[in-house]
Design a protein around this ligand. Structure first.
Ligand SMILES: [Zn+2]
Length: 193
């Protein structure tokens, strides 16, 4: 599995390009600046099999429509985020597929498993692929996502974090903002876990 990261937009959201074998890849959270995603794809000679969204906040979805216009690829989002207020999403959310807890997706020569981890938003997911866990705004290196926003739930976040701490594998963590980490490191040093 190969992973390339781009930091996009005002909030420096991590957008991950992920691929296995072949000429396609997956784009996780294209938050802004579609032209930069497109430049990276062209340089890598990859076309997107799909766009996977960890949640529906505007800083994670901002480049979706432009990339779909270019590549006509499917877009996956957990349907519970469709209820978020438009000011949190930057307007009406666009997706072609709703994914949920336990779904398995075969894309770009890789297999992704969907973990529903509500709290930051009702439809937050973490995406597990091989030894990587893309955690969106649920878990960051050293901290966690905000739970004081419309649609957030501290109680659900606590349950989701508990669930992540019960994962035995030491996955590499690729969050929605900031540096990457590992699950063991976060269990050791993240005060919120
Ligand atoms: Zn967010």
């Amino acid at each position: 599995m190969e992973i390339e990261v781009l930091q996009l937009g005002m909030l420096q959201t991590n957008c991950y390009l992920v691929w296995g074998s072949g000429s396609s890849c997956v784009v996780i959270d294209p938050g802004d600046q579609a032209y930069r995603v497109q430049e990276a794809l062209e340089k890598l000679e990859k076309t997107p099999d799909a766009i996977l969204l960890t949640h529906g906040h505007f800083d994670h979805v901002g480049a979706v429509r432009d990339l779909v216009a270019e590549y006509a690829c499917p877009v996956y989002l957990c349907q519970e985020d469709l209820a978020l207020p438009p000011r949190m999403t930057g307007g009406e959310l666009y997706c072609t597929h709703n994914y949920q807890e336990g779904d398995k997706l075969s894309l770009a020569g890789l297999r992704f498993a969907v973990l529903h981890t509500p709290g930051h938003t009702p439809g937050c997911v973490c995406l597990q692929c091989e030894d990587a866990l893309f955690t969106g705004d649920t878990l960051f290196a050293g901290t966690i996502g905000r739970t004081d926003l419309p649609g957030s739930s501290q109680e659900k976040m606590a349950q989701s974090l508990k669930r992540l701490t019960q994962i035995p594998e030491n996955y590499r963590i690729f969050p929605g903002h900031g540096e990457d980490s590992t699950l063991d490191e976060e269990k050791r040093s993240n005060p919120y876990l």
